[in-house]
Every structure is written in C-alpha cells, then in structure tokens.
Write a new protein. Structure first.
Length: 143
C-alpha cells in the first residue's frame, strides 16, 4: 500500500528527497526516502528506509548524524588501529579507544598547522613530536 509522494529540495542538506509512505504486513508503516545527493557531475540516488515517526528533515538529520559517526568510526578503525586492541578487559579497551581518539586529535592538529601535509605525513609528524615529548625529561607526558 503506497501513499503520498512529495519531492522537495532541502537547502539545509543540499539534497533532493522524495518520501513514499508504505505499509508492510510484517513491519507496519514504513517510509522510503529517495535521496539525490549532489556529486561532481549530477546526483547519486540513494534509498533510505525509516520507521521513525518524524518529518523528512528530522529523518534526514538523524541519518546524516549517523553517517558522520560511521565515517569517523571507519577512520579510527582503518587508519589509527581502533580495531587492533586484543585485550578483553573493558578498562584496557576503553583506554585504547581514548588513545586512538587522542592520536586523531594530534594528527588533525598537525594538519591544521601544516595544511600541505598528506594524512600519512601528518601521522608521522605527530608520532615524531609525541615520541620527542615522551623522551624529554621536562615533559608533562614523561611522568
């Protein structure tokens, strides 16, 4: 069973979206949002399924926030070793996650200070600076 289809431009997101309300026997009411994301040349079509009882903008905002979290999580896992903690202790895993996020902060700090650096070069520079601080007697990190 399908209902209203509306096409709108959401300037807040820079996207076009159509909402199709359907009802599935096993799920109940469901929204299918067809979203056109701007690309370099044209748009990329994407479908989003939602059971949230909210307006289109709220659903899009929730999805965008979730997507941003997924991107950060992927960055932390692939580039900074978040998934390499082998400890079963919750405290050790939590500390590993803290250190991974601190590493991201140090790399972003290097990218801010030296925008011409590649990601890899910023990683190396941040690691070199941290090592130097750790080996210096008067550093607050060398306790």
């Amino acid at each position: 069973m399908c209902h209203l289809v509306v096409e709108l431009v959401y300037k807040r997101f820079g996207w076009y979206a159509k909402r199709i309300k359907i009802t599935l026997a096993d799920v109940g009411p469901l929204d299918v949002l067809l979203i056109w994301l701007p690309q370099q040349e044209g748009f990329q079509l994407m479908a989003l399924f939602s059971t949230l009882d909210a307006g289109i903008q709220e659903v899009l905002a929730a999805w965008k926030a979730r997507w941003n979290l997924e991107q950060v999580h992927r960055l932390l896992k692939q580039n900074l070793g978040l998934s390499r903690c082998l400890s079963r202790s919750y405290a050790a895993q939590l500390k590993h996650a803290d250190l991974t996020i601190e590493a991201l902060h140090l790399i972003r700090q290097q990218k801010h200070l030296h925008p011409e650096l590649s990601w890899r070069a910023a990683q190396h520079k941040a690691a070199k600076n941290l090592k130097s601080q750790l080996l210096t007697e008067h550093s607050s990190l060398s306790a």
